[in-house]
Design a protein around this ligand. Structure first.
Ligand SMILES: [Cu+2]
Length: 139
């Protein structure tokens, strides 16, 4: 006979709520890329559960960008995806603790959203848990 302990329910319900519904605070971490001597804007991103740092990245239009991204902890695996082909920014890359380099040249001013597309079973997606950000392309 299967019985449900009320103490277990009292413990599990808030946990299920936290994992599936509750909003987590999103803190903006801004980085304005400079242009290196070789004409490349380099940006290093560290990612974990469930964030990118930085998550608001300002780059200049028409100047090549090199994003270097790596996972700095946790057990979940992550990716970074952005779909803005109209701005020359369109990629989806898995990464781990070794840095992965992504190159593109932004062609249009604007703000473009990136996110982690991973999700574990029925839990909230990594994006919904705070794993998203913005590339802002400026003149
Ligand atoms: Cu993720």
């Amino acid at each position: 006979m299967f019985t449900v302990n009320s103490a277990a329910i009292a413990f599990l319900l808030p946990l299920i709520f936290a994992l599936t519904v509750a909003a987590e605070e999103f803190v903006e971490k801004r980085y304005e890329a400079g242009v290196d001597e070789d004409g490349v804007q380099r940006v290093e991103i560290e990612a974990g559960e469930y964030y990118y740092d930085p998550n608001f990245i300002v780059v200049k239009v028409g100047v090549p960008v090199e994003l270097s991204i790596r996972d700095v902890g946790g057990i979940a695996s992550h990716d970074i995806a952005i779909e803005a082909p109209e701005a020359g920014i369109d990629f989806s890359e898995d990464f781990g603790s070794e840095p992965v380099t992504i190159r593109f040249t932004p062609t249009r001013v604007g703000e473009y959203q990136f996110e982690c597309t991973k999700r574990f079973l029925f839990f909230r997606s990594h994006k919904d848990r705070g794993m998203h950000g913005t590339i802002k392309v400026v003149e």
